[in-house]
Design a protein around this ligand. Structure first.
Ligand code: NAP
Length: 287
């Protein structure tokens, strides 16, 4: 914004990173990453670039010509960008989707940091180690697939998948053979960790009964309930989990940690997670 330090400090040496999406203007990535650059005193700038559907691969090619140092990738480009990079990590390959493009000695690398971001946020922000936990993931879209794979690879004993569309749940279960399986909603009652990775609850009020993707009486004390929805931060699902005595964990932690991992890939620096978290929490509506 004019008159603020970030613009005044831009020079010919400023490095550029960006998020591409359609739309891109609602992304919290600029807020989170510019706070991180500021916290470390890095001469970098992060902007949101609206890129039309179908142009994701061209946007990656533009990184080469414009020397863009890092790219966050959001809908609808997460699959398209894979065709323009020099290397694809195992996570991005398995998921068929990338949310981060970074430079390496091998050229441009497509990463998917969503699943690792959730596991890191559980461990570092909430003290929850998923190893040995029976988990249920609600949903089978892009976020759910990343979470299923990451939970299984981090040692979860069992990952049940509950989804409205069974064929998508089947596909998600194939990401972690022997650990992940399709199950009925009743499995929520027996899980130690439940992750809502559906979009149900987004933009809804905390008291809206239609904003609950599962019956709230399935929750109980001793459970960890995570909602990936972070607009609002306090969702109807988290409120219901708290009323049942469960430990409610909002989606800001995953949002920040997936960004923090990307920040590390781009800059080679340890991400300033505290500053990134403060910036993200200041930018999202609580309820
Ligand atoms: P997506 O690929 O479109 O998947 C949406 C999922 O929600 C699907 O499983 C879909 O079921 C389910 N769903 C949608 N409406 C439903 C309804 N009325 N009843 C039951 N299930 C319903 O979206 P996504 O990218 O995975 O994102 C999902 C949510 O996670 C979004 O709210 C997004 O903002 C959030 N997210 C958060 C983070 C974070 O860092 N906190 C990161 C990524 C995503 P069907 O398969 O049956 O259609």
């Amino acid at each position: 914004m004019p008159g603020q330090g970030v613009v005044l400090s831009i020079s010919g040496r400023t490095r550029l990173a960006a998020v591409i999406g359609d739309p891109a203007e609602h992304s919290l990535s600029p807020v989170i990453h510019n706070a991180a650059f500021d916290a470390l005193g890095l001469d970098w700038l992060f902007v949101a670039l609206p890129v039309r559907a179908g142009n994701g691969a061209a946007a990656v090619d533009a990184m080469r010509t414009l020397d863009i140092r890092g790219l966050s990738v959001t809908m609808p480009h997460k699959a398209d960008v894979l065709s323009s990079v020099d290397r694809i990590t195992d996570a991005a390959q398995a998921l068929g989707a990338a949310n981060c493009i970074a430079w390496s000695d091998a050229g441009l690398v497509a990463h998917n940091t969503d699943g690792a971001g959730l596991v890191a946020s559980l461990r570092e922000d909430s003290g929850v180690d998923v190893a040995g936990l029976a988990c249920v993931v609600l949903g089978a879209g892009g976020a759910a697939r990343a979470v299923v794979r990451a939970l299984a690879r981090s040692g979860a004993s069992d990952v049940g998948i509950v989804n409205r569309t069974t064929s998508r749940a089947d596909a998600a279960a194939r990401l972690a053979p022997g650990i992940a399986r399709v199950c009925e909603v009743g499995a929520v009652a027996d899980a130690a960790l439940i992750v809502n990775a559906t979009s149900v609850g987004m933009g809804a009020g905390v008291d809206d009964p239609d904003a609950l993707v599962v019956p709230p009486d399935l929750f109980g004390s001793g459970q960890h309930v995570v909602d990936l929805v972070y607009r609002p931060v306090r969702t109807a699902l988290l409120a219901a989990a708290e009323r049942s005595g469960a430990h409610a964990i909002d989606g800001v932690g995953m949002l920040v940690h997936q960004a923090a991992i990307a920040f590390g890939h781009w800059t080679g620096e340890a991400p300033p997670v505290t500053a990134m978290t403060a910036a993200a929490r200041a930018a999202v509506p609580v309820d």
